[in-house]
Write a protein that binds this ligand. Structure first.
Ligand code: GFB
Length: 324
């Protein structure tokens, strides 16, 4: 029988690679709430995570005990399909440098964060972990998916060859505070929130939704994801990756309607069929994680409402700054 997994020491040195992003900032909040006292970070200016020599030197100088590898170049369906070189290069390099440096520096445990786009376009729904590499990928995000699959395989290879305790989690589509609200590169939820908000403030009632509105997606609040990451660090040690999601999906049309109700109920939805739909359906089978004892707690509507409040605070402070 396997040894029981030990929770990670709250006084240990924990490196959050990618601390400024949507996921990294949620992990930072979670670590602080949990009483971690030695959290290490590095800005892009301080450390280019694509540079192996720089990353290895940083690890030797800072000696983290644990690593949460949540850095990467990410974006929505359009950004993925128009910037595949950046998505494959940046992510392959970041995963490779950090995993290798963690091995060189004898890191006790590392959690690597992938993405649910690793699964085949025609995977059976809900998608369980065993469907990895069972068929062709969704073309709009193939470059990103290949890099994310390579990340899983890196962790498994270092576990097999060196006995490294490197684990992988695959989250579904995420949203929450500190998301990217740029309309050309963002994911659907921040884009919709911004579009409905701008329609409300400009008095233009029509809001353009990309694609047909029929693709099905599942959404997880990033604070739930951060909680799941800590749960896995404390309770999981195996080479199989673990899905993280709610197991509940909805059509993009219904999601748009939910955002409309919260932000601007008078708005009218228009569909732009020239924009890509992406994968027709993507909902995770989360039974592996729920059998381990973890479940999400943030309901989608509540999560969108609280994220919109956060967005409004940002808009207010930006306006205040511009007016200063
Ligand atoms: O969030 P999203 O860009 O990513 O798009 P994916 C989800 C769905 O929402 C697609 C539609 O069917 C979009 O066409 N959509 C409607 C919109 N309006 C908008 C809009 O204004 N902006 C955006 N962005 N979408 C990404 C992958 O796929 O999801 C990544 O490309 C990654 O690799 C990520 O896995 C989580 O769910 O299609």
């Amino acid at each position: 029988m396997n040894e029981p997994v030990q929770p990670i020491d709250r006084a240990s040195r924990v490196f959050v690679a990618g601390h400024g992003g949507l996921v990294g900032s949620a992990i930072m909040r979670r670590l602080e709430r949990d009483g971690f006292t030695n959290v290490l970070t590095a800005t892009r200016q301080e450390l280019d995570l694509r540079d192996q020599a720089a990353v290895s030197t940083w690890f030797q100088a800072n000696r983290p005990d644990h690593v949460l590898l949540v850095a990467g170049t990410v974006g929505g369906v359009l950004a993925n399909s128009t910037r595949p070189a950046e998505f494959i290069y940046d992510n392959l390099m970041i995963h490779g440098t950090v995993v290798h440096a963690a091995h060189e520096a004898d890191v006790t445990k590392l959690l690597y964060l992938g993405s649910s786009c690793i699964y085949p376009r025609h995977a059976n729904q809900p998608i369980d972990e065993d469907q990895l590499l069972n068929g062709p990928l969704e073309p709009t995000n193939e470059a990103y998916a290949i890099a994310k699959i390579a990340g899983i395989k890196l962790c498994q290879a270092y576990r097999t060859q060196y006995g490294s305790d490197f684990i992988s989690a695959m989250p579904t589509n995420l949203y929450g505070p500190n998301d990217n609200f740029d309309l050309t590169s963002s994911h659907v939820l921040p884009a919709l929130m911004r579009k409905f908000h701008e329609a409300k403030t400009s008095g233009e009632p029509e809001v353009m939704i990309w694609g047909t509105g029929s693709p099905m997606r599942e959404f997880l609040h990033v604070d739930d994801l951060a909680d799941a990451c800590l749960f896995l660090m404390d309770n999981y040690s195996d080479d199989g990756h673990v899905n993280v999601g709610t197991g509940i999906d909805l059509p993009i049309r219904d999601l748009a309607d939910m955002v409309r109700q919260i932000v601007f109920p008078d708005a009218e939805l228009i569909f732009d069929h020239t924009k890509p739909d992406g994968i027709p359906r993507k909902v995770l089978d989360t039974s592996k994680l729920s059998d381990l004892g973890w479940k999400p707690t943030i309901d989608l509507e509540d999560g969108i409402s609280s994220t919109y409040e956060w967005f409004l605070d940002q808009v207010a402070s930006d306006t205040a700054l511009r007016g200063a």
